[in-house]
Design a binder for this molecule. Structure first.
Ligand code: ZN
Length: 257
């Protein structure tokens, strides 16, 4: 008997957070809001999956549980250790944190940091090791958060491979994932990342679908979901329309500023 197997369309959000603090900055989600959002994921029966599961599903075209979602944090800020890590542990949720390797234990005052972003502490290696033991996965986000599209090949190699090696030295485990600072890359960086990592995240605002490039995975920056009614949209088809609108707005803003 022939059985028709229908492939369910993959549509998975990778959430991006930066800082969990009350400053109200462009990269901040308050601790209360973060806990509420994790509670929402639990109450709405989302399955928080490790990034690795999403990547293997894309590679092997194998199904994921319904309503899967992955959680990432960029820059390794200390507030993630202080505020998000305990909440993730309470809920038993997997997460991936992308580290700026040379800035661990320092502050996020790397060259090219936007003036609108507050200067904040970055987690120490002790804190990172504690989170690693607690099940958090760590990915590379370069050594010093440069614009990778503007670097010489030699410096790009140093930034990409150096950060991978540094994190592996401190954690004693393989670093499988990379995130491009501000989503910028060049052809050479792309080739390097494809050779050295299992997957990489971009800042492109969209859901992951079965056609997504595992080396340029789109994500949902939680800045756009700071209000709960927007977060609730994750469940609805209208969220795609909303993301299109945000992309347009961002594009227009980039033109006029
Ligand atoms: Zn970053």
């Amino acid at each position: 008997v022939m059985r028709q197997v229908t492939k369910r369309a993959l549509r998975v959000p990778i959430l991006t957070y930066h800082s969990i603090d009350r400053s109200g900055s462009l990269i901040s989600t308050s601790p209360e809001k973060f806990r509420e959002q994790m509670q929402f994921l639990k109450d709405a029966d989302f399955n928080v999956i490790p990034l690795a599961d999403l990547v293997s599903s894309l590679r092997e075209v194998s199904p994921l549980p319904a309503k899967s979602v992955a959680i990432t944090f960029d820059d390794g800020l200390r507030s993630v250790y202080q505020e998000a890590f305990p909440v993730l542990q309470d809920f038993g949720f997997a997460a991936t944190v992308f580290l700026v390797a040379e800035y661990c234990g320092r502050r996020n005052d790397w060259n090219g940091q936007l003036p609108s972003i507050p200067i904040m502490d970055v987690s120490s290696w002790d804190e990172i090791q504690e989170m690693s033991r607690g099940g958090v996965e760590f990915g590379a986000h370069t050594q010093s958060h440069p614009d990778l599209a503007a670097l010489s090949h030699e410096n790009a190699v140093r930034e990409v491979l150096g950060s991978k090696a540094t994190i592996e030295d401190y954690l004693g485990r393989e670093v499988r994932f990379f995130a491009y600072p501000c989503g910028n890359r060049s052809q050479a960086v792309d080739t390097l990342v494809r050779k050295e990592f299992a997957a990489a995240c971009s800042t492109e605002l969209a859901f992951v679908n079965s056609a997504s490039d595992v080396f340029f995975l789109p994500r949902i920056d939680m800045y756009y979901f700071s209000r709960n009614q927007l977060f609730n949209r994750l469940e609805r088809p209208s969220v795609s329309q909303y993301l299109k609108f945000r992309r347009l707005l961002r594009f227009v803003r980039a033109r006029i500023s």
